[in-house]
Design a protein around this ligand. Structure first.
Ligand code: GUN
Length: 300
């Protein structure tokens, strides 16, 4: 069988960003409003700093305002809540993103709940999660599952009715909202996780497999139904190894891998996202889209 189609998330995200940039220009022209996203980073986590920088760069590129709040790791929870109150009240701020994970002394759920739901650009607030789960309009949808759904639809067409989908991972950020979106698209959805019995057999039933567990190359080629669409949400940094992983790891060198063993899966799947260049760029593009949508709603 021919190798899978590689789903080019980077190209799709570039197109989406261009459409968002057009929307930003139109909103400026019609209402004099520039969409603005406040990005709050607490502490010095290296991966978070990389993500935050790419979000800030994308905002500026698309003509939006980026309000950056980089705070020390020992920031008091009460000070963070007070910052969110100020951002909630600021009319120039249409979206608020608090980069996760937060330092351990801060209660994440309390912080996320403090953001007014209309400015919750990540879609992590319980009101937005509840709107999505109950299929009501107006939910702000988390960026990674939204971007994944756009890639699935681009690959399989808009009609996903009756397809068997398996979501591997049950996080609030990806797994649960991904399952809700696929359910709304009339898929038959299974949620699998670390305690699922016979995970390979569950995966092999799936026409659409979304892997979001954060375990490097956990999903093997023989877990995949021939012809399935595979969406790999994992971004795992592992020691770099030589050709075909035979040589020993080079000290200090790393590479990015997904939750799916790509080299094996590409021989079985019908279509698959690479890591990097698959879901990752879609997450940022969808954050830009959520911010523009929030600004449009605020402008009336
Ligand atoms: N940390 C890892 N992924 C995300 C995300 O999508 N949003 C936020 N705020 N933090 C994250």
């Amino acid at each position: 069988m021919a190798d899978a189609t590689i789903i080019d998330g980077k190209a799709f995200a570039a197109g989406l960003r261009a459409r968002v940039a057009d929307g930003v220009a139109a909103l400026k022209a019609s209402h004099g409003v520039t969409p603005g996203l406040a990005v709050v980073l607490v502490g010095e986590d290296a991966a978070s700093q990389v993500y935050v920088r790419s979000k800030e760069r994308a905002l500026v590129e698309l003509g939006m305002n980026s309000f950056d709040h980089h705070e020390p790791a020992d920031m008091a929870e009460s000070d963070l809540l007070a910052l969110i109150d100020r951002l909630n009240a600021d009319p120039a701020v249409h979206g608020i993103l608090v980069q996760l994970p937060l330092p351990r002394h801060i209660d994440t759920q309390k912080v996320l709940a403090r953001i007014v739901p209309e400015k919750d650009a990540d879609g992590f607030h319980v009101v937005n999660a509840g709107l999505l789960a109950t299929g009501q309009p107006g939910a702000i949808v988390p960026c990674t599952p939204l971007g994944s759904l756009l890639l699935i639809r681009d690959t399989l067409g808009r009609d996903l009715k009756g397809k068997r989908a398996l979501v591997l991972g049950r996080s609030n950020i990806v797994g649960k909202p991904m399952a809700q979106l696929l359910l709304q698209a009339d898929c038959t959805v299974t949620m699998a996780h670390s305690r699922t019995a016979d995970l390979p057999a569950e995966c092999r039933r799936a026409d659409i497999l979304v892997a979001a567990v954060g375990r490097p190359e956990m999903v093997r080629g023989d877990w995949i139904k021939p012809g399935a669409t595979v969406i790999d949400v994992g971004i795992n940094r592992v020691p770099a190894v030589g050709i075909n992983r035979v040589a020993a790891a080079e000290p200090g060198k790393t590479r990015l891998v997904g939750d799916v063993a790509f080299d094996e899966a590409v021989k079985v799947a019908g279509a698959i996202t690479p890591v990097p260049g698959g879901v990752g760029p879609m997450t940022i593009a969808c954050l830009m889209l959520n911010t523009l949508a929030a600004a449009c709603r605020a402008a009336g």
